[in-house]
Design a protein around this ligand. Structure first.
Ligand SMILES: [Zn+2]
Length: 322
């Protein structure tokens, strides 16, 4: 006990991070980088460079680690370690698990990025110790994950937790999944960007284009959103408030259906804005509870591990699979 160390990799479409962590979630070494998506091989080489970097930072040889875990943005087969489809990386059928096993000679576990992040929050963060917890991750899309009896609940077909595609209005805007009116179509960062740009196109004044130009961003990132809110931008305030309203309805639905001890709101937006983002979501959600909760036993909070939810969660996945 205590001496075992695991590598966790948080593989994202825009950035990646590898950590070496012990069983208690202490980060012993880390390395991160922007994601090179020019080819699957380039991305894989970069993953290996981050793992080697984290090992060097921890002053450890690869032979001193027990296992590796990876959270990947897409559909991964936990049995074969093959990533069948990861649109944000441009990947189809990439055998990342076997490639890393060959290279490092330890077991490699591959999981979905959001589910892995929730595993991290459950092991060490905002949902620590909870038997029933739900994660709602707001980013390019909206991902989700369920903890039941202290374990990740994958569902009968491994398809559980698609909280972002709960329908709030079947005649609503088109979602990334091709259907209409899913929560993701209202409240993902992508949807908020669409709504900000629609208002600007309709002639509303906003500081968002200037902030994006100044920061050389082609997308409305969470840091751009934070800056615009700090500048009291009316368009941004309106759009974020609408997204919070929908996320509140979503969280209320989740509580009525699943009755968790805690809902963790994560992803870049929640991380950057913290309680400013989660407070109004909580308020709306609580107004929808069928069973009153005067003692506030149902907690609705932002993720507690900052940038590390995914990488530490991947180290937990590695340990469970070792
Ligand atoms: Zn959808």
């Amino acid at each position: 006990m205590g001496k075992k160390r695991y590598v966790g990799v948080d593989l994202g479409g825009t950035s990646m991070m590898a950590v070496v962590a012990n069983e208690k979630g202490k980060v012993l070494g880390e390395s991160d980088s922007a994601t090179d998506r020019s080819s699957p091989q380039a991305t894989i080489d970069q993953i290996i460079a981050q793992i080697d970097g984290a090992l060097a930072d921890a002053k450890l040889k690869a032979s001193k680690i027990e296992a590796i875990g990876v959270g990947a943005p897409g559909a991964a087969d936990p049995k074969t370690g093959v990533i069948a489809k990861a649109p944000n990386l441009g990947w189809t059928d990439v055998p990342l698990g076997p490639i890393l096993e060959d290279r490092y000679g330890v077991p490699v576990a591959i999981g979905n990025d959001v589910q892995v992040a929730i595993l991290g929050e459950h092991a060490f963060g905002a949902a620590k110790g909870a038997k029933r917890a739900v994660g709602i991750w707001v980013g390019t899309g909206i991902g989700g994950g369920l903890i039941a009896d202290g374990e990740l609940e994958r569902g009968a077909r491994g398809a559980a937790g698609e909280i972002g595609h709960m329908v709030l209005d079947e005649n609503g805007p088109v979602c990334g999944c091709g259907r209409k009116g899913c929560a993701e179509a209202y409240a993902s960062r992508t949807s908020m960007e669409r709504d900000v740009m629609l208002r600007i196109a309709a002639g509303r004044a906003s500081v968002v284009p200037d902030i994006m130009k100044e920061r050389q961003k082609t997308r409305m990132t969470s840091s751009v959103m934070k800056r615009a809110l700090a500048a009291n931008d009316e368009v941004m305030k309106e759009v974020v408030a609408a997204a919070q309203r929908y996320l509140g309805l979503l969280a209320g639905n989740v509580v009525n259906m699943y009755d968790p001890e805690v809902i963790v709101i994560g992803g870049g937006v929640a991380q950057r804005l913290g309680e400013e983002f989660v407070g109004p979501i909580r308020e709306t959600a609580r107004s929808r509870f069928l069973r009153p909760d005067p003692d506030e036993r149902v907690r609705i909070v932002h993720a507690g591990l900052d940038d590390y939810s995914g990488a530490l969660g991947a180290s937990v996945l590695a340990r469970r699979n070792a």
